[in-house]
Design a protein around this ligand. Sequence first.
Ligand code: ADP
Ligand code: ZN
Length: 726
Amino acid sequence: MDMVAEVIVDIAHSDVDKIFDYVCDYEIAVGTRVAVPFGNGRGTTTGFVIRLKSSTDIPPEKLKKIYRPLDGFPAINEECLALAKKIATRYRVPLALSLRLFLPAEMRTGKVSEAYKTYARLTGDPAEVPPKAKAQRALAEFLLEHGEQEASELRKKFGAAVNALEKKGLLVLEKKRKMRDPYGGKRGEQAEHILTPAQREAVRRIQSTEKTVTLLHGVTGSGKTEIYLTLIAEQLKKNKTALFLVPEISLTPQMLFQLRSRFQSEVAILHSGLSAGERFDEWERLRSGEAKIAVGARSAVFAPVENIGLIVIDEEHDGSYSSESSPRYNTFDIALLRAKYNGCKLVLGSATPAVETYRRAKEGEFELITLPDRINARPLPTVRLVDMRREVRRGNPSPFSALLKERLESCLSSGNQAILFLNRRGYSQTVMCRDCGNVIKCEHCDVALTYHSEEDCLKCHYCGARYKMPEGCPDCGGKHIRYVGTGTQRVVGELKKLYPKARILRMDMDTTSGKEGHYKILKEFSDRKADILVGTQMVAKGHDFPAVTLVGILDADMGLYFPDYRSGERTFQLVTQVAGRSGRAEEKGEVVLQTYDPENAILRYAAAYDYAGFYEHEISMRAATSFPPFAKIVRVMVTGEDEQETLACLKEVYGSLSEIYGKNADKFLFFNRMHAPVKRIQNKYRYQVLMRLLQGAPLAEIYDAVAAVKHKNVLCYVEENPGNLS
Ligand code: ADP
Ligand code: ZN
């Protein structure tokens, strides 16, 4: 009898799954993409075979036939299909949507195709070519020596000789699939190192621990990467595959080059900055098993590999590991599911682990390995704090303190490079007194308030409280109260005045557009075509510039007052990361950290590289104020273009959430509905129900309540501990 296939139809914008039975009179594997008839007319759509069975309740005359498979292989393997189902259930999204996570978008839209190239292969003996035909003879000898070559390349060198040889029957031209190679196949030259005893011990412990997850907490430059590479090599020997996740591969292609130099074409890269064709080919190389290591940003956790032997999440604390579009998954959660399915280890690496991760490791859930020293006992750069209030009082209005200027001059005159870092996050929205450094905070939440110009007021993003913009500083009465902000552009301008001869590069959102924008600037700097690099967050990531001996952090505290309970943690991480860019080679590095709040505990811990001290400080504060990991912040967002309909939707969801709240009030620390802090984005009104939940709160019921609300033009979704509450 024919087989019956359950097919999930891939329809965009549908908020429910459409699963239909189709009949199929040939063998087809679960996970295969198919074209199927759909709708009343003769419409065609695509779908996935998600189950096979021998019978169906659909009467035979109504049962339609699958038209054809779209690929010669199942696009989704068994593990990924199971995972997609789990994601769909966990985040209440249609399975069709979660399946999309596993495929390159271009495959679905059908806008990309395989690339073919013509290759020339020698079929005869060069001696058969008459000596007079010099070019043809040379071509034949070239092919004999180098083997098959791309015809277009040969034509550049040997011109018409290519066709002439083909006519003589000494050469054949063949079309073959050519895989597009991101970054031109570039790779590094780094040699394999002999592991230090500390690295060897780390490798041994990761391999032998009974725990699935290991947190590798190692200072910058402690050789974590070498540990990952060793672990991956072990797995490849066992014929297994690996996932290697990094926060922003487009910012740090060095990591890719390093992997390629070690593992050659067994590495495939997945990220949004690639061209559609490249992305498709890299995905296909992983799926077919030709490539065994998937490197990439968070979406690479969905790589189509089988038989995984290791998963690495490097810089695990990075905010980019949380997805901000539906489904709002956390990369760690997905990685853990895959590690459990494959029975493999999951390694989290960071110099500054997220407070929540470190707590789980300390409590024994994860194996904890600490690498307190840099390779070759190279010293960490010295960090010096400068009190910027004093600079203002002394009449220095420039963004550079006297100390920074002095160190900068010394750095430049000895022929080294410097990085100046501006913490742009939260700029111009936070209100600060320039006389005393006081930042205006919420009376109820201890987070910085945000200025909203459209209403000329200050708002707390955690409780919705509103305040009038004060005339003077509530603490010292000073009148220099304002939302400060020095842009990179101004910094570059001032630098040029001070050091007319210095070559300066700027790296921020404005200067890094284009496919390889970041890479170009970083390359220019590492090729020493500039002396000073001025930039925002982007310069903090794991770059390795051996000639950099000075890092200046112009406004270390700006991030501290970002209206977010994680602002202390983020500042600690950022300062540590930027400081780590200094003194990576022979010469010792130094860091000048400018702040309006030199007594700040977070900055003091960062300057002393005291992660443990920072952690104790932070975790006791989170416990005292009941912020994560001691509670969960959950926001239900309701957004739509029609304000009345959006409000109606809000009312409905608030009603059902209120019922849940009523029954579980002891598990709620906070529950309220309000305007979102930013009332409208892209013409969409934004309302929210904000909650702070204790352990044991009925999160699943909240998801169900939200999923039950159906308004055609209003989007309603749940966010857990969102990275951004605007
Ligand atoms: P991390 O990832 O912890 O910041 P890296 O892996 O980048 O540290 O290592 C820092 C530097 O030390 C790199 O230049 C790397 O090549 C070098 N290195 C790593 N392991 C060794 C080793 N066993 N012997 C010598 N040099 C090493
Ligand atoms: Zn508040």
